[in-house]
Design a protein around this ligand. Structure first.
Ligand code: NI
Length: 174
């Protein structure tokens, strides 16, 4: 059975909460949460999703970089479920590039993010995974991680001038 949940939109309080860590990775509740996130993400053109976006304030994200209409240049990777993720930066400086968010339709912005990061999380079996992420995938991770802190990408901008309407964004990247 496929369960697609409506994406919480900017202004919804759940997007501003600090999400709770998962304490039992193998519980039915956690399995159902992961399934809902997977199904909901698959129904969109997004490359990542965080549990607060389906109104569940828990520390689960999925990173699923793939070329889509929203991100035609994105690299292909297996959708990866990350539970209770943390990261440290491996590059001092941040680079600005485009992001959008399923919770904030109609706009895009150039967001400064660390280019290279070290990420630790639990996978769906509860195994500790420790990996280095770079470039676009590192960007998607930092975006989804922010959702678990009650932040959205607009909170990370250097300037409001980096915000574009979707139609202007499409012109700008041509
Ligand atoms: Ni988002």
């Amino acid at each position: 059975m496929t369960t697609i949940i409506e994406i919480a939109q900017l202004g919804a309080k759940v997007l501003r909460l600090h999400a709770e860590p998962i304490t039992d990775v193998s519980s039915t509740e956690t399995l159902q949460l992961i399934k809902k996130l997977q199904d909901t993400l698959a129904s969109t053109e997004g490359v990542g999703i965080a549990a607060p976006q389906i109104s569940i304030s828990k520390q689960v994200i999925i990173i699923a970089s793939r070329p889509t209409l929203r991100y035609p240049e994105a690299p292909v990777m297996e959708p990866t479920v990350m539970i209770n993720p943390i990261f440290t930066m491996l590059s001092e400086t941040k680079e600005k590039d485009w992001e959008g968010c399923l919770s904030i339709p109609g706009i895009r912005a150039r967001v400064p993010r660390y280019k290279k990061i070290q990420v630790k999380y639990l996978d769906h079996l509860g195994t500790v995974i420790d990996i280095v992420l770079e470039d676009f995938v590192a960007r998607v991770f930092q975006h989804e991680f922010d959702h678990l802190q009650g932040k959205v990408y607009l909170d990370q901008l250097e300037s409001n001038e980096d915000i574009y309407s979707e139609s202007e964004y499409l012109l700008a990247i041509k």
